[in-house]
Design a binder for this molecule. Structure first.
Ligand SMILES: Cc1cc2nc3c(=O)[nH]c(=O)nc-3n(C[C@H](O)[C@H](O)[C@H](O)COP(=O)(O)O)c2cc1C
Length: 308
């Protein structure tokens, strides 16, 4: 996650049994290199990197060049056409993951050489697709189209989401919003407090008219973007959705001028926890919910019990 997937958070996720991902988004090459090296120093477990496809080709080249020489297991490409970059990742012997938002894109990603596909549904925080497909339909439809492992992303913040995604045909999940509220995340206290006070109805998508859709938390700043977006020029939109507005929200906790990108699942999160506890709780809760579901399928007439 851009501005969130730092060395500290990524290494804590890997130490906790997940795959921590260091994000290159909005970082210059030197800063990303430092974060990546710090992450590698903080854990001997596997790590991934996420490189969002941008318009700055020189930056992309330098980022790929640096990351592919480092000890990372998986390179995830999000937010644009992965084709020019996929061969570089494969040639470096890394696993390639491609982020998609529809089954059609997933099939193309596999044809491009993806070793795994991340299908991100409309509930997700950050960039959204105009296809607006929910996870309940995106996951099985994508599972039907690809043979490589499928990672479900969007709205998954606990063991219930994990159980549901697996039951729908995913092989793993990617959680973004949940780890924004991990103890090791770089978010400002104000951003945490605003997120903890939010319900599942408290996010909105801004920037859709300009093909720059982002799911963000309701705030004075996101309201400002919504009011201006119909008449805004593309340059103005880029400025509003740029790293600086997000940095203000996420790192400085300025909710008047700063955006907090996050998913609908924010309304299901009630505490800040260490990353390792988030993972352990999700696994335990998923097991309970899968057992509960199994017993209902086996014996639909019995009175159903709720679990954690
Ligand atoms: C603040 C923020 C920044 C993100 N940045 C990126 C990014 O740089 N590249 C990317 O592929 N996905 C990015 N995402 C999407 C996440 O990787 C993940 O797929 C998404 O958060 C999953 O949905 P969830 O937020 O409902 O858990 C971002 C999400 C958030 C909330």
């Amino acid at each position: 996650m851009t501005l969130v997937g730092t060395a500290k958070l990524a290494s804590a996720v890997s130490e906790g049994g997940g795959l921590g991902v260091v994000s290159a988004g909005r970082m210059d090459v030197e800063t990303f290199e430092r974060e990546l090296e710090d992450a590698i120093a903080m854990t001997d477990k596997p790590l991934g990197v996420n490189i969002p496809v941008g318009r700055n080709i020189e930056w992309m080249k330098a980022i790929f060049d640096m990351a592919l020489q480092r000890n990372v297991k998986i390179v995830l490409i999000g937010g644009g056409d992965p084709k020019p970059w996929s061969p570089l990742v494969k040639a470096a012997g890394k696993l390639l993951g491609i982020v998609v938002a529809s089954p059609q894109q997933a099939a193309k990603a596999e044809a491009t050489g993806a070793d795994l596909v991340i299908a991100e549904s409309i509930e997700a925080g950050g960039r959204t697709s105009r296809d607006e497909i929910s996870g309940v339909t995106l996951i099985p439809a994508t599972a039907d189209r690809i043979s490589v492992p499928l990672v479900a992303a969007g709205g998954i913040v606990d063991g219930r989401g994990l159980a549901a995604a697996l039951a729908l045909g995913a092989d793993a999940v990617q959680m973004g919003t949940r780890f924004m509220l991990a103890k090791e995340s770089p978010l400002h206290q104000n951003a945490w407090e605003a997120m903890l006070a939010s319900d599942i109805t408290d996010t909105l998508v801004v920037g859709n008219h300009h093909r720059m859709g982002r799911r963000v938390l309701h705030s004075a700043a996101s309201e400002k973007v919504r009011q201006r977006e119909d008449d805004a020029s593309p340059e103005e939109m880029i400025e509003m959705l740029s790293g600086e507005w997000s940095r203000q929200g996420l790192h400085l906790g300025n909710l008047q001028q700063g955006l907090i990108a996050c998913g609908q699942g924010v309304g299901l999160i009630h505490e800040v926890l260490p990353a390792a506890d988030i993972i352990a709780n999700a696994v335990r809760q998923a097991e309970q919910h899968l057992q509960r579901a199994f017993s209902i399928v086996r014996n639909p007439k019995r009175s159903s019990t709720r679990c954690e």
